[in-house]
Structure formats: structure tokens, C-alpha cells
Design a protein around this ligand. Structure first.
Ligand code: CP
Ligand code: NVA
Length: 333
């Protein structure tokens, strides 16, 4: 396996073996961090993390992981660079890769992160695009493996807006890891057929299935993991809230829905989540549409089955792994 100087743009770019190796490495990094052992492998290296959309987990994970590995980190916020408006993506990539040893990008089209990667001599890491959220899927599968002890044969049901970035990356990761994947949501928000076809091809090699349905009965006594995400993603038109609520209300993850899953099933969410009224957006939605909870009820979110904060922590260990593996050059013997 050779990860050196590779980009991390989407899950399907990596083999089953490579993804398993990443999860195993993340487990080691978690132990090292908990034991307080020094792991400053890259003194003198510097990375830049470019965010065209806001972030808590991903930004903090890249920053802390970078510092833990001994590197300097520059954060460019959604208004802080010339990229896109005054300087092309290609030129920005050429500039940043002269100055830095690695580039993280969070933003809009997947094409942007691909253009950055094509024009950069250093690794480019995808911190979320409209289409994919690969570091999220890696952290989530670390969490699932920690809890169940293994992955193969499990069933993950993503319920809600099944076309979104998180769902796409989870579908790809499930196919690679031999996990059955159920995308359950309204037909109006169907996953891109080409994405599904590619994942089904991978899944069939790994003895697992990909199911796309609007029928919640698909979860019955099958799902080991129930996963949801916000009903409107960053960058989408806010005018769509009303339409989304109508379409997705039947797919809210509540106790009744959790009871469909296998006994002992866990609940996951990439976060942030609208499970109460303690955010300005949730208050706004409450004023306009009268909802007090959205994609998940507070009861499920706060339950013992909910591992959402383990997921959040594991983002850091897995992001550290991606940076470590793509930056570490084995000495020639
Ligand atoms: N899950 C996730 O990517 O969270 P942030 O938007 O806070 O980075
Ligand atoms: N689908 C969400 C994920 C946030 C981590 C979004 O893109 O806003």
C-alpha cells in the first residue's frame, strides 16, 4: 500500500484494503493520543485549511490533528482568500502547493476540490463538498467498528435526504466495507442513479447490498445503525425549507422509527443537528413552521443508543490518519 502524496477526494478512490488500513491506523492514533504520547512526526511542515463553508468539527479536527503531528496550520475562512472570485482555483492550487505541504478544502462542487488536486503538487484533502464528505464516513465507520467490534454483515440505514454529501460517502464506504446500506427517503430526493450503480458494483464484490427506497419498512428488524442528517444542507436555497419539511417529516428519526431497527441498534448523526430549539435556525423554523425538532427527536439524540459525540471525536483521529499517511515518506532503505 502506498498513500504517500495521494489526495483524499472521495471514498471510491481507495481500495477495501487501504480503507481498512486507515481505520486500523486511526485506532492506533487514538490510543497514542489517550496515552499522551508524543507523535510530532512532521516538525517544520505546514498545512493550509480552506473553508468556503462554515465548520466546527472538521476545522477543529484538521487544526488539532495538524498541531499534534507537529505542523503549522493556516486557516482561511469563507471570506479570507482570493480563491474563486479574484484568482482561479488552478492558480490558487499552484500558489498554495509552493508554500504548504498539504491543502484541505471545504466548499461547493466536487469539481473544485478535483481542480485543486490536479494543479497541486502536495496532497489535497476533501473536508466536504456538495457531493461528498469522505472524512466523515471514515470517522463514522471507526465509530461503528469500535461499537460492534467488526463491520462485515452489518446494515446501515441512512434516513432522510439520501442524495446529500454525507449519504453519498456512507453509501460508498458501506459498499467497500461489506456493510449493507439502505438509503431511505422520499422519491423526490433520490440518490443520483450513477452514484448508486457504482456503489452497487463495489457492494456485489463485497457480499453486501445497496437498497434505495422510500419505504421505512425496509429498516424493520434489519438496521444495526440508523443515521440521519439535516434536511437542508449548507449552500442550498433557504427558500426550500418548507418543501423539505413536508417531504422529510415522515422520515424524522424518533423512538417509533428506532423501534423498527434491530434491538440494540445505534443512532448516528454527522452533526450539527436540529434536535431542540437551542439554535437560531431551529428557532426560525419553529416560528415559521411550528416544528420543535427536525431530523431527529431530542429523545433519540440524547438516548444511550446515540453515539454522536463519539463520532465527533473520531473525526479528529481519522483526519489525523489521512494527513499522516499521505504526508509520511518511508526512508529509502
Ligand atoms: N460533521 C461536520 O462536518 O461538522 P462541521 O460542519 O462542524 O465540520
Ligand atoms: N449535509 C450537511 C453535512 C454537514 C456536516 C451539509 O452539507 O450541510
Amino acid at each position: 500500500m502506498n498513500f504517500y502524496n495521494r489526495d483524499f477526494l472521495k471514498i471510491l478512490d481507495f481500495s477495501e484494503e487501504e480503507l481498512h488500513y486507515m481505520l486500523a491506523t486511526a485506532k492506533k492514533f487514538k490510543q497514542i493520543k489517550k496515552a499522551g504520547q508524543n507523535h510530532k512526526y512532521f516538525p517544520g511542515k505546514n498545512i493550509v485549511i480552506v473553508f468556503e463553508k462554515t465548520s466546527t468539527r472538521t476545522r477543529c479536527s484538521f487544526e488539532v490533528a495538524g498541531y499534534d503531528l507537529g505542523m503549522g496550520v493556516t486557516y482561511l475562512d469563507p471570506t479570507g482568500s482570493q480563491m474563486g472570485h479574484k484568482e482561479s482555483i488552478a492558480d490558487t492550487a499552484k500558489v498554495l502547493s509552493r508554500i504548504y505541504d498539504g491543502i484541505e478544502y471545504r466548499g461547493f462542487d466536487q469539481k473544485i476540490v478535483e481542480t485543486l488536486a490536479e494543479n497541486s503538487d502536495v496532497p489535497v484533502w476533501n473536508g466536504l463538498t456538495n457531493e461528498c464528505h469522505p472524512t466523515q464516513a471514515l470517522g463514522d465507520f471507526m465509530t461503528i467498528e469500535e461499537y460492534f467490534g467488526n463491520l462485515e454483515g452489518l446494515t446501515l440505514a441512512f434516513v432522510g435526504d439520501t442524495r446529500n454529501n454525507v449519504a453519498n460517502s456512507l453509501m460508498a464506504m458501506s459498499a467497500k466495507m461489506g456493510v449493507n446500506f439502505i438509503a431511505c427517503g422520499p422519491n423526490h430526493l433520490r440518490t443520483d442513479e450513477e452514484v448508486v450503480r457504482k456503489c452497487q458494483e463495489v457492494a456485489s464484490k463485497n457480499n453486501c447490498t445497496i437498497t434505495v427506497t422510500d419505504d421505512l419498512n425496509a429498516l424493520n428488524a434489519k438496521a444495526d445503525v440508523v443515521y440521519t442528517d439535516v434536511w437542508l444542507s449548507m449552500g442550498e436555497d433557504k427558500e426550500k425549507w418548507g418543501e423539505r419539511i413536508e417531504l422529510l417529516k415522515p422520515y424524522q428519526v424518533n423512538t417509533e422509527l428506532m423501534n423498527r431497527a434491530k434491538p440494540g441498534a445505534i443512532f448516528l448523526h454527522c452533526l450539527p443537528s436540529f434536535h431542540d430549539l437551542n439554535t437560531s435556525i431551529a428557532k426560525d423554523i419553529n416560528d415559521k413552521f411550528g416544528l420543535t425538532e427536525m431530523e431527529v427527536t431530542d429523545e433519540v439524540f440524547q438516548s444511550k443508543q446515540s453515539l454522536v459525540f463519539d463520532q465527533a471525536e473520531n473525526r479528529m483521529h481519522t483526519i489525523k490518519t489521512v494527513m499522516f499517511l499521505t504526508l509520511y515518506k518511508e526512508e529509502a532503505k
